[in-house]
Design a protein around this ligand. Structure first.
Ligand SMILES: [Zn+2]
Length: 225
């Protein structure tokens, strides 16, 4: 890989085959350096696409905007540290399940880098520790702000939530629309993809899993009232 940014050129952040966060590898100033480099390469891409960035005033600064958008916004979950999430002990030893949702998720498909937009529901059977409800939204946003395929994104989110609050049971459902299918390809505007992951007691106890899906159904019904 050709890069002027040391952590990229020395391969520290590559070779593991994972779509994880690389913030710990970045030295101060390297993200800014990377943004300049990405802008340079987007400029080259636009020129190869024969978009007249020198004379068309609308695309004059597009390369800088696109670089900033990827590194600071839509792919921030790759480069920026996870939002701080404090966990607290489950003093009353609550063990009834609860669900949080819908949480808006936004990502981009790894294959074409076009948007994936959807909703996520998270179900928890509490374990030794808990986290605040809003933290699920922050962690989901951080995980999804990377290029993804939906089937893997849900697993990565499940791993992060398990690390944060070690639930006895965890369920996640994602329903998303893929601009890969809406904007290009088969151009099918209404199709969505739904997938889920269940872990711990949700996986081993069918009635608990059923309860999770039923609670999500009720939350969805609330949306249409
Ligand atoms: Zn795609």
């Amino acid at each position: 890989m050709t890069s002027t940014v040391p952590f990229v050129s020395n391969g520290v952040a590559n070779g593991n085959g994972k779509n994880d966060n690389i913030a710990d590898h970045l030295q101060p100033g390297e993200l800014d350096q990377l943004q300049v480099e990405v802008a340079d390469k987007v400029r080259d891409l636009l020129r190869s696409l024969v978009i007249d960035i020198d004379n068309d005033h609308n695309t004059h600064e597009t390369a800088e905007r696109v670089a900033k958008m990827y590194l600071q916004e839509v792919f921030k979950g790759r480069y920026h540290q996870q939002p701080k999430v404090a966990s607290f002990p489950n003093v009353k030893q609550l063990d009834e399940i609860y669900t949080v949702g819908p949480i808006t998720v936004r990502s981009a498909c790894s294959h074409h880098l076009v948007p994936i937009m959807g909703n996520c529901w998270i179900g928890i059977k509490p374990g030794a520790r808990g986290i605040g409800l809003s933290k699920f939204t922050r962690v989901a946003d951080w995980v999804f702000s990377r290029p993804h395929i939906q089937e893997e994104a849900v697993m990565i989110l499940a791993d992060e939530i398990e690390k944060l609050c070690e639930p006895q049971g965890l369920g996640i459902i994602i329903k998303a629309q893929h601009y890969c299918m809406k904007w290009r390809g088969v151009k099918e505007p209404q199709t969505s993809m739904v997938n889920s992951v269940v872990r711990g007691d949700f996986r081993h106890d069918p009635s608990l899993k059923q309860e999770f899906f039923e609670l999500v159904r009720q939350q969805e019904a609330l949306l249409s009232t």
